[in-house]
Structure formats: structure tokens, C-alpha cells
Design a protein around this ligand. Sequence first.
Ligand SMILES: Cc1cc2nc3c(=O)[nH]c(=O)nc-3n(C[C@H](O)[C@H](O)[C@H](O)COP(=O)(O)OP(=O)(O)OC[C@H]3O[C@@H](n4cnc5c(N)ncnc54)[C@H](O)[C@@H]3O)c2cc1C
Length: 466
Amino acid sequence: MKRRDFVLSSALLGLPTIVWADEEPAESQGHDLIVVGGGAGGLTAAYCAAKNGGSVLLIEKSSRLGGDTLLSGGYFNAVLTEEESKFFPGIERDSVDLFANQINSAADGYNNPLLGYELAKRSRSSFEWLKSLGINFLPKPFLIYGGSYPRSFLPESGDGKIYIQILAEACMREKVKFLYKTKVISLIKSRYQNKVIGVLVQSGNRFRSFFSSKGVIVAAGGFGANKDKINTLLPNNPETGTDSNPNALGDLHNAIAEVGGKLINMDFVEYVPGASHQDSYSVRLDYNPEKVVLVNEKGERFVEETKPRNEIAAKYFSGKFKKCFTITDNETVQQIEPGRRKNIYRGLYNNTVWRAGSISQLADKLNIPASALMKTIEENKYEKKILSPPYWAANVVFRVHLTLGGACIDNRARVLSEKNQPIQGIWATGQIVGNIHGKNRLGGNGINSAVIFGRLAAFDAMMQKS
Ligand SMILES: Cc1cc2nc3c(=O)[nH]c(=O)nc-3n(C[C@H](O)[C@H](O)[C@H](O)COP(=O)(O)OP(=O)(O)OC[C@H]3O[C@@H](n4cnc5c(N)ncnc54)[C@H](O)[C@@H]3O)c2cc1C
């Protein structure tokens, strides 16, 4: 491919745009497939394609792999087996249908329900697949914040980091090539083939193009760290910090649109309790939402804590509270995973966490009315099992957790056009996909969807003729 064949001008101005290739590329620089992004989605896709015999180039903007996956709690939702269901007697037995219904009902009409079903259906096999690669999970699953049902499995150690470690090792075994500190700025589409055939990248001041015979899998994550983009899409967006990694800027969203891909739900952003602006680590007591109460500065409970995340955040923001705290008891704190518990103890010294022998003393420390807080806890203590002193409170600030908008895909992870037709040579997986979770993504459905649709994308890509 000769340089003159590209329409490079706007790309060189730094604008994500399409680059048209007017002739068929002479050669694909030896790659069958290019994968953009080194989080759970990209690494899964790269490994699966390479395992199926493909030569794969994975391009990562950062100097290291990981993205949001690396920062994540690592919870992975999978449909429970009959044996695992016995951990939770008295609640409805888990099934693909139950999980799919919960995904689709949380989506509130803004997703493709068939993809919700696909996610539920493939959750167990992808969970087993990760185990076969070497990730060990705790046997008893959790009901996590925004999760709907206790089917979130936690790795025995390593939180989100273990996915990156195991998947990166698997990629290396299969000789996936990695290119770091390289930002993909555009997708290259062939006029001749009407197909995505490569990418234009920038590293420092240098621009280069890479081609692949089968196409490109885009797994570049969301745009939770792009304040300007979020404020433009959501003019009434509350001023908050973000949980996302600094590279979550949405570089590839426009590039997908430029090659004809349909983007949806771009103004859906999810907020969860996290660290305040000045703290780099999260201090949270709400890992088990069944055992916490969220109160405002009046000591009043304002939401059912097991509700979907968007409902909790909406109540919080519409209440315009001056303060918000999570209240729980000592037993719950001692059950929190040790790494997170360490942050809670750090919070005691930084005045973001408080502990007291009685609810009334706790209220005094929080500077909120003791009688109201005592009434709230009295009314909820048996349901929420807030029974064993000392009692704990953590300051709650809501942060951008993730963005829900992105590319529309089908059940083979192919990116769809505005007319819902698959575009040749491009697949997407992970947080950059917009039509799986709709308005609200269930807690524990981030990593699993990246892995599930990453596997599907790789499988479909490798089935294509070069
Ligand atoms: C604090 C936190 C906790 C979470 N906890 C959980 C949890 O417990 N369970 C769960 O299921 N989900 C959780 N999530 C969400 C989950 O981590 C994500 O939904 C999921 O990991 C997304 O995977 P991904 O592969 O799509 O993106 P990422 O893991 O973000 O990877 C995207 C990669 O693409 C790279 N990239 C971006 N732009 C470019 C570009 N232009 N060129 C090249 N590379 C680029 C990025 O640098 C990044 O490495 C959490 C998220 C956060 C922030």
C-alpha cells in the first residue's frame, strides 16, 4: 500500500476519522487480525484468534496492558449451577432465562434483548473457560452492588489484575505481538473491498498504518475519563470524579462511526460510590448491599441499596444531599476482602470512615441527628443485619464508573451499520459496545461481557476468508 492512497489530512490534525484505502493492500504486513486495546476484551480476542492459528497484532495506547479491567474488582457474573444455588436456599433457582430477564429488565428497553440473552447463555461457559486458563475463583458467589442476584464470582486473589495476568500470559504463549504506547486514531477502510482492513496509529509524532487480512477487533473500552465528552453528551452531568483509567477517552467511538458503525446510548453514564476527588483509593462499605444502609445528612435512608445502580444514583443526585454515608456493622466489615478492608482502616485515619460503639455515638461523629439515625437503623437492623457493634460509617461520593454508550453489534460481535447490517472486517467487544446493557449494566457484567463477546469476535473473525 502506497502512502498516497490514503486520505490522511484530517487524521494528521488529530481528529479520529476514516482513512480510505483506494486500492487493495498489496500485503497485510503479515497479520491476520489487529486487536485494539489490551483489557479483558482485547486480550481475550487476541488469544482466541491466535489459538485458532491467526497471527495477531494487539495495539495498546498505554505503556502497559490492563485498562479498566486492571482496576476492577474482578467480579464475574455466571449462571449458578444447581450445587452453587444451594448456597442461597429460599431464593429463585438461577437459570439462563432468569439472568437474561434481569439483564434485559435493567436495560429498560435500550438494549438488544437477544444480546442480553447471549450474555446470560454464554456466561457459564466463559467462566469455566477462564478457570481452565488458570483463574481460580472463590466457590461461593456474591450479590454485589447493583448486581440483582448472588451470581458474582470473585477470583481467589488479584481482583481485576488476575484476568490481565492470565490472559496476557496466554497471548504470549500463542505469540500475539504487542505494540505499546501506540494510539489507534483511525480505522482504514478499503473502497475496493468495502471492508475495514487496518488502522492508522500515532506514537509520539510518528504516524503509521497497519493492515490485517481479516480485519480489526475494537476493544478500546469506554470514555469514563473524558470529562469534556461526558459533559457535552450530558449537559446536566453532576460534577464528579471518575473510576476509569486515564486512557478511557473514547478514541475509537468516532472512528467506528466514521466507517459507518451505529453508536447508541452515548448519554448513559453509570455512577457508583467511590473515592472523593482527592483520594486515589476507594473506601467502601457497600460491597454487600444487603447489609448496608445509605443515609443522608438528616440520618434518613433514601433508597433500597440492592436496587440497580442507575436508580440509586438517580435518588442520590435528585436528593441534592449535603452528605451521604453508608452504615453497617462490624461483622460485615470483617467479611470484606482484606485488600479493601485495608482501605477502610486507612479511611479511619483520613476521616472518611468512622467507627463507634453505638449508633448514637456514630451519629455524633458524623455530625448528623442521633435520634433520626437511631430510628433509621432500628427500622432496618433485622432486615439489613446491622446488629454487631462497633458500627461503621463511610463517607459516600458518587463517581463516574463507566459509560454505557457505544457500537451496536450482533451476536457474532460484528459491528452493525445504521441499517443494522454487519460492516465487513470490524468487530467490537467490552465497554465500547452500546447495545448489550442498555440504560443500566448489572454489577459484575463488565468483564464477562468483554470476555464473552471477545471470544465470539475472534471466532467469527477467524472464520473469514483473508
Ligand atoms: C474501579 C472499577 C471497578 C470495576 N469492577 C468491576 C467488577 O468487579 N466486575 C465487572 O464485571 N466489571 C467491573 N468494572 C468494569 C470493567 O472493568 C469493564 O467494564 C471491563 O473491564 C472493560 O473491559 P474492556 O476490555 O472493554 O476495556 P478496558 O479494560 O478498559 O481496556 C481497554 C484498553 O484499550 C486501550 N485503549 C483505549 N484507547 C485506545 C486507543 N486509541 N488505541 C489503543 N488502545 C487504546 C486502553 O488503554 C485500555 O488498555 C469495574 C470498573 C472500574 C473502573
